[in-house]
Design a protein around this ligand. Structure first.
Ligand code: AHG
Length: 279
């Protein structure tokens, strides 16, 4: 049944990729549940996911970053809830940078413990998808079909440092940690899109992506159900780790569907540094 959901997401990826290439991508007069200005493509991508997922008899509900509430399907006894961010980083469209869609498939309940598969689609020079179940598999669309490029695995240590958030609002200990990585020779790689930034770390073998608590956003910016848990699941299955500084992300509770939290994703050695600095 999970494969039916994944196939549906694959089809949606093709439709959204076409939409991104055809539309002008202007802003609407509306904001989403987190107060972000919505682009026309945010709303259309959301509708593509929603309409196709709600048709599946194994999907009980969907939960979108663009919508205030959980949307139930007609299949009330179905097991799965799919939470997704239809277009993460859509404010980068006008700069023509890569953006992504992120999804998590939850069994019965919307909590980290019930996440059973997750993934993302990356709309860049190529259309690709990463899907984590037991393994983290990397797919590329070749114009005719999705090709499996193999499993992704993180090294124990990498070379990339992707530090999110506004620096003037960072805590001193966070600043010290980021500077210490640069002093060790880590390279800055940060586009402002969570999908391409985390994808790059996975593809290049390792590093650290951080979006910490800041004085202007004490709970961070990235949302648990649509962004943080799905990526934490991927990173752990790829042999890395993901934490909020003091706790494993996949053990955190959720009080409301749009809740955010500080988050750090990376390979094992960088995550050990995060633990030492934050604990
Ligand atoms: P959104 O698409 O909701 O505008 O935000 C994108 C997210 C995420 O993709 C990225 O990692 C983060 O916002 C970047 O935020 P900063 O610009 O604050 O670094």
């Amino acid at each position: 049944m999970i494969n039916i959901i994944i196939d549906t997401l694959r089809e949606s990826a093709l439709r959204i990729d076409t939409l991104l290439k055809q539309q002008s991508g202007g802003y609407l007069q509306s904001t989403n549940a987190s107060g972000d200005m919505q682009l026309e493509v945010d709303v259309e991508a959301d509708k593509i996911f929603q309409d196709s997922l709600l048709e599946l008899p194994c999907v009980k509900a969907i939960c979108s970053e663009e919508q205030e509430k959980i949307c139930p399907s007609h299949y009330t006894d179905a097991p799965y809830i799919v939470a997704y961010d239809p277009l993460d980083g859509s404010s980068l469209i006008d700069s023509n940078l890569s953006i992504g869609s992120i999804f998590g498939i939850y069994n019965e309940e919307l909590s980290a413990k019930h996440l059973i598969a997750s993934g993302y689609i990356i709309y860049g020079p190529r259309l690709e998808m990463v899907i984590a179940q037991e393994q983290v598999l990397h797919y590329r669309y070749d114009g005719m079909q999705w090709r499996n490029l193999g499993a992704l695995q993180l090294n124990t240590k990498g070379k990339i440092n992707a530090p999110g958030g506004t620096q003037k609002h960072w805590e001193n200990k966070h600043k010290t940690m980021i500077e210490s990585l640069f002093a060790q020779g880590y390279r800055l790689r940060y586009s402002g899109g969570m999908v391409p930034d985390l994808h790059q770390i996975l593809i290049k073998g390792g590093g650290l992506f951080s979006y910490p608590a800041t004085s202007d956003a004490p709970n961070g910016k990235l949302r648990k159900l649509f962004e943080v848990f799905p990526l934490a699941f991927i990173y752990e299955k790829a042999g890395g780790f993901a934490t909020n500084g003091t706790q494993r992300l996949l053990e955190l509770g959720v009080e409301h569907i749009h809740e955010s939290c500080p988050c750090f994703f990376g390979s094992k050695e960088e995550m050990e540094l995060v633990r030492k600095i934050y604990e």
